[in-house]
Design a protein around this ligand. Sequence first.
Ligand SMILES: NC(=O)c1ccc[n+]([C@@H]2O[C@H](COP(=O)([O-])OP(=O)(O)OC[C@H]3O[C@@H](n4cnc5c(N)ncnc54)[C@H](OP(=O)(O)O)[C@@H]3O)[C@@H](O)[C@H]2O)c1
Length: 336
Amino acid sequence: MTERFKAFRVHTIDAKAVCRFEQLTLDELDPGAVVIETAYSAVTYKDAMAARGVGKNVRTSRPCVTGVDLSGVVASSTDARFKKGDKVIVTNYKLGTEQDGAYADFARVPGDWIVPLPAGLTLYEAMGLGTSGLTAALAVDRLERAGLTPAMGAVAVTGATGGVGSLAVDMFAKCGYKVVAISGKKEQEGYLRSIGADSIMSREAFLENRAALAPSLFAGALDNVGGIYLDRLAARMHPAGKLAVAGMAVGAELTTTVLPLVLRAIDILGINVSRQLHMQERKRLWSRLATDLKPDHLAEISRPIAFEGLDQAMDKFFDASTVGRIVVEVGSKALK
Ligand SMILES: NC(=O)c1ccc[n+]([C@@H]2O[C@H](COP(=O)([O-])OP(=O)(O)OC[C@H]3O[C@@H](n4cnc5c(N)ncnc54)[C@H](OP(=O)(O)O)[C@@H]3O)[C@@H](O)[C@H]2O)c1
Protein backbone atom coordinates (compact mmCIF):
# COMPACT_ATOMS: atom_id res chain seq x y z
CA MET A 1 0.00 0.00 0.00
CA THR A 2 1.50 3.29 -1.06
CA GLU A 3 -1.31 5.59 0.13
CA ARG A 4 -0.43 8.03 2.85
CA PHE A 5 -2.19 7.99 6.20
CA LYS A 6 -2.14 10.00 9.39
CA ALA A 7 0.22 9.20 12.27
CA PHE A 8 1.25 10.89 15.51
CA ARG A 9 5.02 10.53 15.86
CA VAL A 10 7.51 11.49 18.54
CA HIS A 11 10.89 12.76 17.38
CA THR A 12 13.83 13.34 19.72
CA ILE A 13 15.44 16.63 18.72
CA ASP A 14 18.29 18.06 20.82
CA ALA A 15 17.38 15.58 23.59
CA LYS A 16 13.79 16.91 23.67
CA ALA A 17 10.61 15.08 22.62
CA VAL A 18 8.74 16.78 19.77
CA CYS A 19 5.48 15.17 18.66
CA ARG A 20 3.40 15.97 15.63
CA PHE A 21 0.89 14.59 13.15
CA GLU A 22 2.50 13.40 9.92
CA GLN A 23 1.57 11.54 6.73
CA LEU A 24 3.28 8.13 6.42
CA THR A 25 3.15 5.13 4.10
CA LEU A 26 2.99 1.56 5.35
CA ASP A 27 6.60 0.96 4.36
CA GLU A 28 7.69 3.67 6.79
CA LEU A 29 6.29 1.71 9.75
CA ASP A 30 8.35 -0.93 11.55
CA PRO A 31 7.90 -4.36 9.96
CA GLY A 32 5.32 -6.87 11.20
CA ALA A 33 3.40 -9.80 9.70
CA VAL A 34 -0.03 -8.33 10.40
CA VAL A 35 -1.30 -4.95 9.18
CA ILE A 36 -4.12 -3.62 11.34
CA GLU A 37 -6.39 -0.71 10.48
CA THR A 38 -6.63 1.06 13.83
CA ALA A 39 -10.11 1.86 15.11
CA TYR A 40 -9.36 3.08 18.65
CA SER A 41 -6.46 3.67 20.97
CA ALA A 42 -6.21 5.24 24.43
CA VAL A 43 -4.03 7.63 26.40
CA THR A 44 -2.13 6.27 29.40
CA TYR A 45 0.58 7.67 31.63
CA LYS A 46 3.12 5.77 29.52
CA ASP A 47 1.88 7.54 26.36
CA ALA A 48 2.10 10.91 28.10
CA MET A 49 5.69 10.14 29.17
CA ALA A 50 6.60 9.25 25.58
CA ALA A 51 4.99 12.41 24.17
CA ARG A 52 6.74 14.67 26.66
CA GLY A 53 10.10 12.88 26.76
CA VAL A 54 9.78 11.83 30.41
CA GLY A 55 11.63 8.62 31.34
CA LYS A 56 13.16 6.23 28.86
CA ASN A 57 10.32 4.05 27.66
CA VAL A 58 10.27 5.18 24.01
CA ARG A 59 13.10 4.79 21.51
CA THR A 60 14.99 7.98 20.75
CA SER A 61 17.25 6.73 17.93
CA ARG A 62 14.58 7.50 15.28
CA PRO A 63 10.98 8.80 15.21
CA CYS A 64 8.34 6.53 16.75
CA VAL A 65 4.57 6.34 16.31
CA THR A 66 3.47 6.13 19.95
CA GLY A 67 0.28 4.65 21.48
CA VAL A 68 0.56 1.48 23.57
CA ASP A 69 -3.03 0.19 23.19
CA LEU A 70 -5.00 -0.46 20.02
CA SER A 71 -8.11 -2.15 18.73
CA GLY A 72 -8.81 -2.51 15.05
CA VAL A 73 -9.44 -4.72 12.04
CA VAL A 74 -6.84 -6.82 10.19
CA ALA A 75 -6.17 -5.27 6.76
CA SER A 76 -3.72 -7.94 5.57
CA SER A 77 -1.68 -10.72 7.12
CA THR A 78 1.14 -13.10 6.22
CA ASP A 79 0.58 -14.86 9.56
CA ALA A 80 -1.82 -17.77 9.02
CA ARG A 81 -3.50 -17.19 12.38
CA PHE A 82 -5.08 -13.89 11.17
CA LYS A 83 -7.06 -12.89 8.11
CA LYS A 84 -8.42 -9.68 6.63
CA GLY A 85 -11.47 -8.50 8.56
CA ASP A 86 -10.57 -10.07 11.94
CA LYS A 87 -11.23 -7.74 14.88
CA VAL A 88 -8.23 -7.64 17.17
CA ILE A 89 -6.60 -6.04 20.24
CA VAL A 90 -2.92 -5.28 20.87
CA THR A 91 -1.65 -3.95 24.20
CA ASN A 92 1.85 -3.68 25.62
CA TYR A 93 4.77 -5.72 24.26
CA LYS A 94 6.89 -3.10 22.39
CA LEU A 95 3.89 -1.32 20.84
CA GLY A 96 4.32 2.44 20.86
CA THR A 97 7.69 2.35 22.60
CA GLU A 98 10.23 0.35 20.56
CA GLN A 99 7.87 -0.50 17.67
CA ASP A 100 5.61 1.97 15.85
CA GLY A 101 2.33 1.94 17.75
CA ALA A 102 -1.35 2.74 17.86
CA TYR A 103 -1.53 6.46 17.02
CA ALA A 104 -1.80 5.94 13.25
CA ASP A 105 -4.49 4.82 10.84
CA PHE A 106 -2.48 1.60 10.36
CA ALA A 107 -0.13 -0.48 12.52
CA ARG A 108 2.14 -3.38 11.59
CA VAL A 109 2.80 -5.88 14.38
CA PRO A 110 4.01 -9.45 14.92
CA GLY A 111 1.16 -11.96 15.14
CA ASP A 112 2.41 -13.08 18.56
CA TRP A 113 1.23 -9.78 20.09
CA ILE A 114 -2.38 -10.03 18.89
CA VAL A 115 -5.45 -11.04 20.91
CA PRO A 116 -8.63 -11.71 18.89
CA LEU A 117 -11.43 -9.41 20.10
CA PRO A 118 -13.48 -11.64 22.42
CA ALA A 119 -17.24 -11.98 21.87
CA GLY A 120 -18.97 -9.59 24.25
CA LEU A 121 -16.72 -6.59 23.61
CA THR A 122 -16.86 -3.92 20.91
CA LEU A 123 -13.69 -2.35 19.52
CA TYR A 124 -14.56 0.78 21.51
CA GLU A 125 -15.09 -1.13 24.76
CA ALA A 126 -11.80 -2.95 24.25
CA MET A 127 -10.02 0.41 24.42
CA GLY A 128 -12.20 1.57 27.32
CA LEU A 129 -10.39 -1.31 29.03
CA GLY A 130 -6.98 -1.64 27.30
CA THR A 131 -3.85 -1.94 29.43
CA SER A 132 -5.69 -0.47 32.44
CA GLY A 133 -8.45 -3.07 32.25
CA LEU A 134 -5.97 -5.90 31.82
CA THR A 135 -4.05 -4.66 34.87
CA ALA A 136 -7.18 -4.43 37.02
CA ALA A 137 -8.35 -7.86 35.82
CA LEU A 138 -4.98 -9.46 36.58
CA ALA A 139 -5.10 -7.95 40.08
CA VAL A 140 -8.64 -9.25 40.78
CA ASP A 141 -7.68 -12.63 39.34
CA ARG A 142 -4.44 -12.97 41.35
CA LEU A 143 -6.10 -11.85 44.59
CA GLU A 144 -8.90 -14.38 44.12
CA ARG A 145 -6.41 -17.14 43.33
CA ALA A 146 -4.55 -16.23 46.52
CA GLY A 147 -7.78 -16.93 48.40
CA LEU A 148 -9.49 -13.54 48.72
CA THR A 149 -13.29 -13.66 48.98
CA PRO A 150 -15.88 -10.92 49.65
CA ALA A 151 -16.70 -12.53 53.00
CA MET A 152 -13.17 -11.74 54.28
CA GLY A 153 -13.76 -7.98 54.32
CA ALA A 154 -13.38 -4.77 52.36
CA VAL A 155 -10.99 -4.14 49.47
CA ALA A 156 -9.06 -0.85 49.08
CA VAL A 157 -8.04 0.73 45.77
CA THR A 158 -5.50 3.59 45.69
CA GLY A 159 -5.36 6.07 42.82
CA ALA A 160 -9.04 5.21 42.56
CA THR A 161 -10.05 7.80 39.95
CA GLY A 162 -7.22 6.80 37.55
CA GLY A 163 -7.61 4.39 34.63
CA VAL A 164 -6.58 1.25 36.50
CA GLY A 165 -8.20 2.45 39.74
CA SER A 166 -11.62 3.23 38.25
CA LEU A 167 -11.82 -0.09 36.41
CA ALA A 168 -10.67 -1.98 39.52
CA VAL A 169 -13.31 -0.25 41.70
CA ASP A 170 -15.99 -1.38 39.24
CA MET A 171 -14.65 -4.95 38.89
CA PHE A 172 -14.28 -5.55 42.63
CA ALA A 173 -17.79 -4.18 43.25
CA LYS A 174 -19.17 -6.40 40.49
CA CYS A 175 -17.51 -9.41 42.16
CA GLY A 176 -19.33 -8.61 45.41
CA TYR A 177 -16.60 -6.78 47.38
CA LYS A 178 -17.14 -3.68 49.50
CA VAL A 179 -14.74 -1.24 47.89
CA VAL A 180 -12.99 1.58 49.75
CA ALA A 181 -11.77 4.05 47.12
CA ILE A 182 -8.69 6.02 48.24
CA SER A 183 -8.43 9.22 46.23
CA GLY A 184 -7.02 12.72 46.24
CA LYS A 185 -10.03 14.09 44.33
CA LYS A 186 -12.75 15.07 46.81
CA GLU A 187 -14.87 16.41 43.96
CA GLN A 188 -15.00 12.93 42.38
CA GLU A 189 -16.77 11.24 45.31
CA GLY A 190 -20.02 11.07 43.32
CA TYR A 191 -18.20 9.50 40.36
CA LEU A 192 -16.48 6.91 42.56
CA ARG A 193 -19.77 5.94 44.23
CA SER A 194 -21.49 5.76 40.84
CA ILE A 195 -18.97 3.19 39.57
CA GLY A 196 -19.25 0.95 42.64
CA ALA A 197 -17.28 2.37 45.59
CA ASP A 198 -18.93 1.68 48.92
CA SER A 199 -16.96 4.41 50.70
CA ILE A 200 -14.31 7.00 49.90
CA MET A 201 -11.19 7.76 51.95
CA SER A 202 -9.25 10.94 51.26
CA ARG A 203 -5.48 10.68 50.83
CA GLU A 204 -5.01 12.76 54.01
CA ALA A 205 -7.22 10.50 56.14
CA PHE A 206 -5.52 7.42 54.73
CA LEU A 207 -2.00 8.71 55.46
CA GLU A 208 -2.80 10.05 58.94
CA ASN A 209 -1.92 6.97 61.03
CA ARG A 210 1.78 6.19 60.51
CA ALA A 211 2.07 3.22 62.94
CA ALA A 212 3.99 0.24 61.56
CA LEU A 213 0.89 -1.85 62.33
CA ALA A 214 -2.17 0.39 62.28
CA PRO A 215 -5.70 -0.85 63.12
CA SER A 216 -6.54 -3.19 60.26
CA LEU A 217 -9.18 -2.18 57.72
CA PHE A 218 -8.80 -4.24 54.56
CA ALA A 219 -8.87 -7.91 53.54
CA GLY A 220 -7.63 -7.09 50.05
CA ALA A 221 -6.14 -4.14 48.21
CA LEU A 222 -4.83 -2.92 44.88
CA ASP A 223 -2.14 -0.25 45.02
CA ASN A 224 -1.61 1.94 41.95
CA VAL A 225 0.49 4.57 43.69
CA GLY A 226 3.50 3.00 45.50
CA GLY A 227 5.74 4.78 48.05
CA ILE A 228 4.06 5.74 51.30
CA TYR A 229 0.68 4.50 49.98
CA LEU A 230 1.95 0.95 49.64
CA ASP A 231 3.52 1.20 53.12
CA ARG A 232 0.20 2.41 54.61
CA LEU A 233 -1.82 -0.27 52.84
CA ALA A 234 0.50 -2.99 54.17
CA ALA A 235 0.08 -1.56 57.68
CA ARG A 236 -3.74 -1.59 57.31
CA MET A 237 -4.28 -5.16 56.07
CA HIS A 238 -6.19 -7.72 58.15
CA PRO A 239 -4.24 -10.86 59.16
CA ALA A 240 -3.66 -12.97 56.01
CA GLY A 241 -4.75 -10.00 53.87
CA LYS A 242 -3.85 -9.96 50.17
CA LEU A 243 -2.26 -6.84 48.66
CA ALA A 244 -1.72 -6.51 44.89
CA VAL A 245 0.84 -3.95 43.69
CA ALA A 246 0.43 -2.54 40.18
CA GLY A 247 1.68 1.01 40.05
CA MET A 248 4.01 3.72 41.16
CA ALA A 249 2.17 6.95 40.40
CA VAL A 250 3.96 8.60 43.35
CA GLY A 251 7.33 6.99 42.65
CA ALA A 252 9.32 3.77 42.82
CA GLU A 253 10.79 4.20 46.32
CA LEU A 254 9.33 2.28 49.23
CA THR A 255 10.19 2.64 52.92
CA THR A 256 8.32 0.27 55.18
CA THR A 257 8.72 -2.49 57.80
CA VAL A 258 8.39 -6.25 57.63
CA LEU A 259 5.86 -6.26 60.49
CA PRO A 260 2.71 -6.68 58.33
CA LEU A 261 4.40 -9.67 56.68
CA VAL A 262 5.72 -11.44 59.77
CA LEU A 263 3.04 -10.48 62.32
CA ARG A 264 -0.07 -10.41 60.14
CA ALA A 265 1.17 -12.83 57.47
CA ILE A 266 -0.11 -10.69 54.61
CA ASP A 267 0.58 -11.65 50.99
CA ILE A 268 2.00 -9.06 48.57
CA LEU A 269 1.37 -9.91 44.92
CA GLY A 270 3.12 -8.24 41.98
CA ILE A 271 1.07 -7.28 38.92
CA ASN A 272 2.68 -6.94 35.50
CA VAL A 273 0.84 -6.96 32.16
CA SER A 274 3.89 -6.12 30.01
CA ARG A 275 5.39 -8.61 27.57
CA GLN A 276 6.06 -10.98 30.51
CA LEU A 277 2.36 -11.83 30.68
CA HIS A 278 2.02 -15.06 28.68
CA MET A 279 -0.35 -14.94 25.67
CA GLN A 280 -2.47 -17.81 27.03
CA GLU A 281 -2.96 -15.87 30.28
CA ARG A 282 -3.60 -12.64 28.35
CA LYS A 283 -6.37 -14.32 26.32
CA ARG A 284 -7.90 -15.82 29.47
CA LEU A 285 -8.00 -12.40 31.14
CA TRP A 286 -9.49 -10.74 28.03
CA SER A 287 -12.14 -13.43 28.04
CA ARG A 288 -12.95 -12.54 31.68
CA LEU A 289 -13.00 -8.83 30.72
CA ALA A 290 -15.69 -9.66 28.16
CA THR A 291 -17.78 -11.67 30.62
CA ASP A 292 -17.70 -11.86 34.43
CA LEU A 293 -15.23 -8.98 34.92
CA LYS A 294 -16.72 -6.68 32.26
CA PRO A 295 -17.24 -3.41 34.14
CA ASP A 296 -20.87 -2.43 34.65
CA HIS A 297 -19.98 1.25 34.25
CA LEU A 298 -17.51 1.12 31.36
CA ALA A 299 -19.39 3.86 29.50
CA GLU A 300 -19.00 6.23 32.49
CA ILE A 301 -15.35 5.32 33.11
CA SER A 302 -14.20 5.81 29.51
CA ARG A 303 -14.67 8.90 27.37
CA PRO A 304 -13.80 9.38 23.70
CA ILE A 305 -11.61 12.09 22.25
CA ALA A 306 -10.94 12.87 18.59
CA PHE A 307 -7.57 11.76 17.15
CA GLU A 308 -6.80 15.44 16.52
CA GLY A 309 -7.18 16.18 20.27
CA LEU A 310 -4.48 13.70 21.30
CA ASP A 311 -1.67 16.12 22.09
CA GLN A 312 -3.83 18.21 24.46
CA ALA A 313 -4.83 15.10 26.45
CA MET A 314 -1.26 14.28 27.52
CA ASP A 315 -0.45 16.91 30.16
CA LYS A 316 -3.31 16.00 32.54
CA PHE A 317 -1.37 12.87 33.49
CA PHE A 318 1.40 14.87 35.14
CA ASP A 319 -0.80 16.68 37.66
CA ALA A 320 -2.95 13.59 38.37
CA SER A 321 -6.06 15.38 37.12
CA THR A 322 -7.25 12.63 34.74
CA VAL A 323 -10.32 10.60 35.64
CA GLY A 324 -10.96 7.15 34.15
CA ARG A 325 -9.86 6.14 30.65
CA ILE A 326 -9.43 8.32 27.57
CA VAL A 327 -10.30 6.48 24.34
CA VAL A 328 -8.85 7.93 21.14
CA GLU A 329 -10.96 7.73 17.99
CA VAL A 330 -8.22 6.96 15.48
CA GLY A 331 -9.61 5.19 12.45
CA SER A 332 -12.34 5.49 9.88
CA LYS A 333 -15.94 5.61 11.05
CA ALA A 334 -16.65 2.46 8.99
CA LEU A 335 -14.58 0.39 11.46
CA LYS A 336 -16.76 1.28 14.39
N1 LIG B 1 1.84 -3.20 36.59
C1 LIG B 1 1.43 -3.01 35.35
O1 LIG B 1 1.51 -3.91 34.50
C2 LIG B 1 0.84 -1.69 35.03
C3 LIG B 1 -0.01 -1.53 33.93
C4 LIG B 1 -0.60 -0.29 33.71
C5 LIG B 1 -0.30 0.78 34.56
N2 LIG B 1 0.55 0.58 35.58
C6 LIG B 1 0.87 1.66 36.52
O2 LIG B 1 -0.25 1.79 37.38
C7 LIG B 1 -0.34 3.15 37.82
C8 LIG B 1 -1.74 3.67 37.54
O3 LIG B 1 -1.93 3.69 36.15
P1 LIG B 1 -3.16 4.49 35.55
O4 LIG B 1 -3.17 4.22 34.10
O5 LIG B 1 -4.37 4.21 36.35
O6 LIG B 1 -2.67 6.00 35.81
P2 LIG B 1 -3.55 7.30 35.92
O7 LIG B 1 -4.79 7.17 35.11
O8 LIG B 1 -2.63 8.42 35.68
O9 LIG B 1 -4.03 7.31 37.46
C9 LIG B 1 -3.13 7.39 38.53
C10 LIG B 1 -3.90 7.86 39.76
O10 LIG B 1 -3.03 7.79 40.88
C11 LIG B 1 -3.31 8.86 41.78
N3 LIG B 1 -2.09 9.68 41.91
C12 LIG B 1 -1.37 10.25 40.92
N4 LIG B 1 -0.33 10.94 41.40
C13 LIG B 1 -0.39 10.79 42.74
C14 LIG B 1 0.41 11.27 43.81
N5 LIG B 1 1.49 12.03 43.59
N6 LIG B 1 0.07 10.91 45.06
C15 LIG B 1 -1.01 10.14 45.29
N7 LIG B 1 -1.81 9.66 44.32
C16 LIG B 1 -1.49 9.99 43.06
C17 LIG B 1 -4.44 9.67 41.16
O11 LIG B 1 -5.67 9.13 41.65
P3 LIG B 1 -6.55 9.92 42.77
O12 LIG B 1 -6.54 11.37 42.37
O13 LIG B 1 -7.88 9.29 42.69
O14 LIG B 1 -5.86 9.71 44.08
C18 LIG B 1 -4.33 9.33 39.68
O15 LIG B 1 -5.54 9.52 39.01
C19 LIG B 1 0.77 3.92 37.10
O16 LIG B 1 1.88 4.00 37.96
C20 LIG B 1 1.08 3.02 35.92
O17 LIG B 1 2.40 3.21 35.47
C21 LIG B 1 1.13 -0.61 35.84
